[in-house]
Design a binder for this molecule. Sequence first.
Ligand SMILES: [Zn+2]
Ligand SMILES: [Zn+2]
Length: 176
Amino acid sequence: MRYKIREIPDEGKAINLVLDRPFLDEALSALGVDVDRSSVAVNARLNVAGESIVLRGRVKGKITMPCGACIEPVEISLTAPLNVTFVPEGEEDDEREEDSAVLDDFEVSPHDGQYIEIAQLIRENLILNLPYAPRCREGCRGLCSTCGANRNEVDCGHTEKQVDPRLSALSKLKLS
Ligand SMILES: [Zn+2]
Ligand SMILES: [Zn+2]
């Protein structure tokens, strides 16, 4: 995912990529994502603006990962903007100060004068835009803490006491 700056035409260069399995694996499998049932594409454009190179576009796809409550697979639609300006190495901080007042979701990344490398950026973008604990359905009942049954599917008969952690902390205080 390296682009030669000299080869970016005046009208810009379109980037249309489907992320391959090894890439998804490296970026996402540690987060529990089922890489074989996920697909992500990058559609963006590189434009030269003086010494800077501007990348605009989005990362879009479907990700399959476990429900945060019952661990059944959930398919998530992901659409995340890509908004990055590559500036010559060493000028990132100046640029950030100038622009931060204008655009908050603006990212600044260095380039070496020769190439734009976007792989790391795409990885970070993916990870940051994944939901922390997705649910397979609204009100997923999760797993029984006694026997481990999926409480959406079976009624194992165990009653789950919803203990407010603040209350249990209080009762411990009273005992001591
Ligand atoms: Zn669930
Ligand atoms: Zn149970």
